[in-house]
Each structure stands twice: as C-alpha cells, then as structure tokens.
Design a protein around this ligand. Structure first.
Ligand code: AMP
Length: 279
C-alpha cells in the first residue's frame, strides 16, 4: 500500500494508473475507521482495480471547536485496517498542505445546504464541499464512494459534482449498523454506557416508522411521530423530517424512495441517522 502525503504525487499516481487502463475509486474519510468505512472500501474494490482511501480530519467542516478537538484519531489502527483491506493507496495530507496560511478559496453549494445539517451547523457544508473538491481534484477518481449515513452530504456532493462537471461517478453505500441497530459512527466511542443505551432509540424510531410505511401508512406526520415518540424524553431531537431524496424538500405524502432524516444530541454528542422508505 502506497502512503501519499502530497496532492501532486497523488494525481500523478492516479493518472498513471488510469493510463494503464485501470479504474480508480476514492473513499474519503476522517479516519477512526470502522466497519462502515470498511464496507465503503469493499464496495470500491468491487468497482475499481485501484482504491484510494483518504484520511483527513477536516477542520473546516467542524462548526464546533470542541467537536474537532475531541474527534477520535487512531492513525496506526487506520493504516493497519487499510493495509489488511487491500487498499492500493492511502492519502494522508497534512493540515498545512491542505490549508496553507495563504489558502483563501471556498466551494459553496447553495439551496440544499441551507436546511437540516446546514442550518444546525453553520459553515459545515462549505467545509465539506471545499475539502471534497480538493480530494477529487487530487485523486482524479472514476468513482467516489460515500455512505448513506450522511444522506444530506451525499445529496450536496452529487449536486457539486453535477454543477461543476467533475467527471466522477458518485456512489452511495448503505449504512452499516451495530447488531442492535445503532448506525456506526466514529463519534460513538464518545458515548457513555448509559448514553449508548439511549442512542439505540434513534434507529428503533426510524425502523418503527419504516414498518408503519410498509404496512401502508403514507401520512408524513404519522410517520414522523412514530420516530419522535420512540426518542422523546431520551434524546434531544434537533430535527426529524421526511424529504424527497433528490431535492431534500419536505413531502406532504410519503412515497417509496423518500427519506426520513434524523438528528439529535445525547449528552452533548450529536448523532445523525436516516432511513429510505422501501418495501
Ligand atoms: P467520516 O469518516 O465519518 O467522515 O465518514 C467517511 C465516509 O464513511 C462518509 O462517506 C460516511 O457517510 C461513511 N460512513 C460513516 N459511517 C458509516 C456507516 N455506519 N455506514 C456506512 N458508511 C458510513
């Protein structure tokens, strides 16, 4: 596995691989790798011969300094996971090389970023779109893989790539969960044993709503309430909404493919999850 720190070195590598007739896939991460990330790597390997994983804790997308300071860093383990997973190249740029003092560019997607995570975390999405633009430029992949776990992020990045004509296929991988349903997240390690127990209510609420949908209920409020009632009093709910998967506009009646978005806080730790209404 090649470890690369410079953007130019990564693009030289990627273009050489592509000239040799192989496909390149990129899996962007912030490290603290878990089974969710591994599933993204696995999916990338099914679609491309050469898989690049990037690890960069992107300060720009943290609207909360404490969240950034306490974000888990497990570099040695991450490198071992990438190696044992058969990753072709690991891109680990330094903060200074990504954002030198002279850095003054920002990439913004309007509209989709105004709601939900964008409203609750000002500046978050411009940090995400700026860093992902840099990662896509540096790695020039044919395919980029992102998790459904961050559903709004995927919608925003798909828009970014379309609007800027970036020649990459965007792929969304399903959310990997603990056995009890909690979506894997690097932030889960910060949950106390007691908070961890409460955290499971999020996915229980989402699956309750999904099962009502599958039994024929299409009323938006009823499906939102099902999720809310499961969490009420235990989790500080930020938002629960059912939206169209492309536009993220709220829907008045729920159809197959619409998405229930959830964000809430337990003991100061913000967790997000979502479910796509399906059969
Ligand atoms: P992060 O390191 O948290 O920024 O996430 C890197 C990528 O992994 C993003 O595309 C996330 O959506 C994805 N991801 C995070 N958690 C999960 C999960 N539980 N299942 C699948 N993908 C995930």
């Amino acid at each position: 596995m090649r470890i690369v720190e410079a953007a130019r070195e990564l693009s030289d590598l990627s273009y050489a691989v592509k000239r040799g007739g192989q496909k390149v896939a990129l899996v962007p991460t912030m490290g603290a790798l878990h089974e969710g990330h591994r599933s993204l790597i696995h999916m990338a390997q099914q679609q491309a011969e050469f898989v690049i994983v990037s690890i960069f804790v992107n300060r720009l997308q943290f609207n909360n300094e404490e969240d950034f300071e306490t974000y888990p860093v497990t570099l040695e383990d991450d490198i071992a996971i990438c190696r044992s997973s058969g990753v072709s190249a690991l891109y680990m740029p330094s903060n200074r090389s990504m954002y030198p003092e002279s850095f003054s560019t920002s990439v913004e997607v309007s509209g989709l970023t105004a709601r939900f995570e964008g409203a609750s975390r000002p500046g978050h999405f411009s940090g995400v779109t700026t860093v992902v633009t840099k990662l896509l430029t540096a790695s020039a992949p044919d395919i980029a893989i992102f998790g459904q776990k961050d559903f709004q992020q995927f919608a925003v990045l798909r828009k970014l790539v379309n609007d800027l004509d970036i020649p990459v296929d965007m792929v969304m991988a399903p959310t990997i969960r603990e056995e009890d349903g909690l979506a894997l997240s690097s932030r889960n390690v910060r949950l106390s044993a007691e908070s961890r127990q409460r955290a499971v209510l999020i996915s229980q609420g989402l699956f309750h709503s999904l099962s009502l949908f599958q039994s024929g209920i299409r009323d938006t409020q009823e499906l939102i309430e099902a999720a809310r009632q499961t969490c009420i009093g235990e989790i500080e709910i930020d938002y629960i909404a059912i939206v169209d998967a492309q536009t993220l506009e709220k829907v008045s009646e729920v159809h197959f493919g619409d998405v229930l978005l959830f964000a809430g806080t337990i003991d100061g730790i913000r967790l997000i999850d979502n479910i796509i209404f399906s059969a």
